[in-house]
Structure formats: C-alpha cells, structure tokens
Design a protein around this ligand. Structure first.
Ligand code: HEC
Length: 198
C-alpha cells in the first residue's frame, strides 16, 4: 500500500471510530434539549409495560405518600437487552404514569380500585457520560404533577429527592424490579416473559 492509500485508510478508520464513539454516547431513546432538559418521549405508551402498583389512600390514613396507581414502562431496546443480560443498558429509560383511584364499585367484576385520572408522569435515564456523578448513573425527572401544566422538557430532579430511596430499596441497579413481574419473568431468558416469574 502506498503512502497516500495508507493515509486514506487511516483517516477513514479514524472517522469511523469517531462516528461509532458518538453513536455509542447517543445510545438509547432519551433526547435532551440544549439546556440539558429531558424531552418527553411521545411514544412511551408503545414501550413495554413492566408492572403496576397500587397504594390506595384508604390503606394509608387517607393520603398515600405515592398517589395511587402507578404503571411503569421500559423502552423496547432496553427491554431486549434486559432479556438477554438481566441488566439495564447504557441509555436505558423508564417512564412511570401515576393515576388516581376512580371507581370502587366494579360492573360485576367485584369492588376494587379502578383507574381514575392521570395525576403524574415521571422518568429515569441511565447515562454514564451525561451523569457520571449520579448514583448508578441514573437521573430522575418529573413531567407532570397535579395543578401544573404538563411539561415536554423536564429538568433533572435533585438527586436527594429521588435517587436515595431507589438506591436503598430497589432490587436491581436502582430499578424496582422486585415489583415488575414482566422483567422478572424475562430476565436472562431471551424470551418475551410469557413464563412464570423467577
Ligand atoms: C420513598 C421511595 C421513593 C422515592 C423518594 C422516589 N421513588 Fe421512584 N419509585 C419508588 C418505588 C417503590 C417504585 C416502584 C414503582 C412504584 O411503586 O411506584 C419507583 C419507581 C420509579 C420509576 C420507575 C422505574 C424504577 O426505577 O423502578 C420512576 C421513573 C421513578 N420511580 C421516578 C422517581 C422520581 C422522579 C422521584 C423523585 C421525584 C422518585 N422516583 C422518588 C420509590 C421511590
């Protein structure tokens, strides 16, 4: 190979590595604006729903610390990675919807806690490049709380208010997988989680 060819090959190798490095940094679905705020993903309801929790006010002296029915979604590529490895990949993102309890009388299905109105929307993103100093490299966000408008770009929420409880209590890498049967069932199986949770 002559010098010119060597140079061209070397340069294209460099460019290739630079492109790969920048795409590795951008891995994941999370998008940020130039102020570093997380953009609300418009399609999160097409992600994988991994679990739902209910802490009704009436079991909590009239006011549950966390209102009331909560549903958690994980982005599809991170779910695929979890299925293979049992780990949350770089760029993993979760979204949690909070819903009030509406009706308590079921139409023939029995009394219970039926979903009412949307009252909250939160998210978390794992990114070691962007959040090297956060516990587990996770950052937490709030898009919606009652009596405020929904925001489509959310500020990074203070670590002390969110991450500490996750760090102390969540089963896997600060995510509450102990409450997500879909993740437990699919963990390291490569399957879609239609098997009983481990
Ligand atoms: C006192 C403990 C505690 C605190 C503080 C807390 N969380 Fe959580 N979080 C939970 C629990 C428990 C779950 C499991 C699902 C559920 O019950 O809501 C959870 C689940 C989540 C999830 C779904 C993914 C996961 O990690 O399991 C998101 C997103 C989330 N919380 C965001 C937040 C944000 C944003 C804050 C701060 C404003 C926050 N959390 C503060 C306990 C906490």
């Amino acid at each position: 190979m002559n010098l010119k060819k060597q140079l061209v090959c070397g340069l294209s190798g460099l460019i290739f590595s630079a492109v790969m490095a920048s795409s590795a940094m951008a891995a994941g679905v999370a998008q940020f604006n130039d102020k570093g705020e997380l953009l609300l993903p418009q399609d999160y309801r097409e992600w994988v729903m991994v679990g739902t929790q209910v802490t009704p006010n009436e079991l909590n002296d009239g006011k549950a610390p966390f209102t009331e029915i909560r549903t958690v979604y994980v982005d599809p590529d991170s779910y695929a990675h979890w299925k293979k490895t049992g780990e949350f990949r770089e760029g993993a993102m979760t979204v949690k919807e909070l819903v009030s309890v509406g009706d308590r009388k079921g139409p023939g299905s029995g009394n219970g806690y039926f979903m009412g109105d949307y009252i909250g929307l939160e998210a978390s993103v794992k990114d070691s490049q962007r959040f090297p100093d956060e516990p587990g490299n996770w950052a937490f966000y709030i898009f919606y709380v009652p009596d405020s408008p929904l925001v489509t770009a959310a500020k990074h929420h203070p670590t002390a208010e969110c991450a500490a409880c996750h760090k102390d209590n969540a089963a896997t890498d600060m995510v509450f997988t102990q409450f997500y049967p879909v993740l437990r069932a699919a963990k390291e199986t490569g399957e879609s989680g239609v098997v009983a949770p481990k």
